[in-house]
Structure formats: C-alpha cells, structure tokens
Design a protein around this ligand. Structure first.
Ligand code: ADP
Ligand code: MG
Length: 293
C-alpha cells in the first residue's frame, strides 16, 4: 500500500472508533489468523454483581461482608468492586484496612479489625495453609458450574464463606465472534478464571477453544506458544494482566474502556470497547492493502 493509502486507512479507522498507533500497524493486521480474547471486560462487560453469599456454619453473614468488603474496597478488580459495593449497600460504611495486598490472578489479602483476611481462589488460601471444608468447596463448585465466579473468604486461618459474583456477556460479543470467523480468524478465549466459567461464556459467544486458569504472567506465554505453532496472533484485552500478552501479540488491541497499561501496550485501541471494532480493524487493514474489496 502507498503511504497515502495507509493514512487514509488510519483516518477511516478513527471514524470507526479504531485508534491506530501508526500506519505500519496495518501491515501486521493483514496476516493475522488467530484472535485471542481475554474474557473479563473484553468478551463480558466486566461489571460484576454479588449474587450469593454462602457462610460456613457459625459464621455471621454481616461479619463476612464487613471483613471481605473492607479488604476488597482497596481492590481495583471487577470482583473486588462488586463485593465492596454490595457490602456497603448491605451494612453501610466499611472499616479501614490495616494492610492490603493484591496478588494478580488469585485474590487479595490483608488485615481488617486485627483479623488476617484472605479473599480469592482456593490456591491463594492454600498459600496461607487454609483448607476449606468440603461443603464450602461444593458451594463454590456449584456456583461455577452455573457460570458464575466464586471466591472463598477466610480469616484467622479458617475458610468462612463463599461470595458468588456474576458477569454478563456484552450484547455485541457473539456477533463479533461470528465476524472473526467470516474473516478466517480462529478465536481463542483466554482467562484467569476457571475452566467451567470460561467454557460457559465461550459457548454463549460461539468459541470452541478455551485456555482457562491462566495466571497473569502466563498469558504472554500462551501467545508465544500460539506463535510457535506458526500462528499470527491478534490479542484483545483490557486489563493490567493482559498488557504483556498484548505487547507480545503480532497485533495488540485494547478496549478503550480498559486500563492505561493495556492501551499503552497495544497497537490499536477500540475506543467504544465494542469487540466488533476488532473485526472492523482487520477488515479495514485488508482493504487498505487490497487483499479484499
Ligand atoms: P481474567 O483473566 O478473566 O480477567 P483475572 O486474572 O483478573 O481474570 O482473575 C482470575 C481469578 O483470580 C478470578 O476469577 C478470582 O478467582 C481471582 N481474583 C482476582 N482478583 C480478585 C479479587 N480482588 N478478589 C477475589 N478474587 C480475585
Ligand atoms: Mg480482563
């Protein structure tokens, strides 16, 4: 393509809500054959709501919400936001935390009202040598089988409950995936969330290939492995945990509604946070290069 065609291409992109870092980006876009999609905030709205609270025998619901809510009030993760908001609504002002630590992809821990509180995946509790009773694990598994995300709550060395949050697929995601297929792209769902939830969301939008339970720093390895298979990979994401993978991908696309880290690591920003814009970007580039009409 001539420099003029490239400039026209990037200009047309801006009209479509696709911000392209430089004209040269369109070149790699052309040959992409695989599109890796982050789940939370990319395929789904990322706006989670607390839908269920399960308490272990002898645990007070209000105390569970107060301690977990106070801790999550310091978290920027959609799951944390949902828990803190619901806790505030139900019990009012939350206590201050005395310390807080977020461990990407697994959960949060800290001290609230002198209790050592942990909220997150079973693996995070295990790091604290906390092993939930079978009934709590069963409650968590049940929620996940229904397609929700469930996190365990523990304090002072004991698991005390399960908080269930649910997210929704964006209205446009299914159509976007159908467009990717029409463009000859192989869609892959990549998430830190568990396999059950991931499969459920994937089925809803029409994706067959799911890579779940991936820790934030492993997302980049997944992209590398696909590239090693000879695939030319586009990746769409929104989170801090997606940034390295977005940079590694042959083409990184960030949701404009996402984090600055994701936007900075990407070649293209989808201003409206609409997954269909990713297909528009690839179609535009192929047109610019005259590969399709
Ligand atoms: P995704 O790849 O879908 O954006 P993440 O890697 O951000 O998901 O998170 C993976 C998992 O880590 C979540 O499903 C949850 O179990 C746990 N987790 C992450 N952050 C938190 C938090 N603030 N509170 C509780 N659990 C969390
Ligand atoms: Mg995300």
């Amino acid at each position: 393509a001539t420099p003029t065609a490239l400039l026209v291409g990037t200009g047309r992109g801006a009209q479509l809500g696709i911000l392209i870092k430089g004209p040269e980006v369109l070149e790699s876009t052309r040959t992409v054959d695989t599109i890796v999609l982050d789940k939370t905030g990319t395929v789904t709205t990322g706006r989670m709501t607390l839908v269920d609270v399960v308490t272990a025998a002898g645990t007070d619901r209000a105390e569970l919400l107060r301690l977990a809510g106070a801790l999550e009030d310091s978290s920027e993760h959609p799951i944390g936001r949902a828990i803190a908001l619901a806790a505030t609504r139900e019990i009012g002002a939350l206590p201050d935390v005395e310390s807080f630590q977020a461990t990407a992809g697994v959960g949060v821990s800290g001290v609230v009202e002198s209790h050592a509180v942990v909220v997150g995946r079973e693996s995070l509790l295990a790091d604290w040598a906390i092993h939930p009773d079978a009934d709590l694990v069963a409650a968590k598994d049940r929620a996940e089988a229904e397609g929700s995300s469930a996190v365990l709550v523990a304090w002072d060395g004991r698991a005390r409950g399960v908080l269930v949050v649910a997210d929704r697929v964006k209205a446009t995601s299914r159509e976007a995936v159908a467009q990717f297929r029409q463009l000859g792209l192989h869609p892959v769902l990549l998430t830190g969330d568990n396999e059950t939830v991931a499969r459920r969301i994937a089925a809803e939008v029409g994706i067959d290939r799911v890579i779940a339970g991936v820790l934030p720093h492993e997302k980049v390895s997944v992209v590398r492995e696909l590239q090693a298979e000879g695939r030319v990979v586009a990746m769409v994401g929104d989170g801090v945990n997606d940034a390295a993978a977005l940079a590694q991908a042959d083409l990184g696309l960030a949701m404009g509604t996402g984090t600055d880290a994701a936007i900075e690591a990407s070649d293209i920003t989808l201003v409206r946070g609409d997954l269909r814009s990713a297909g528009d970007a690839i179609r535009l580039s192929r047109r610019t290069f005259g590969t399709i009409r």
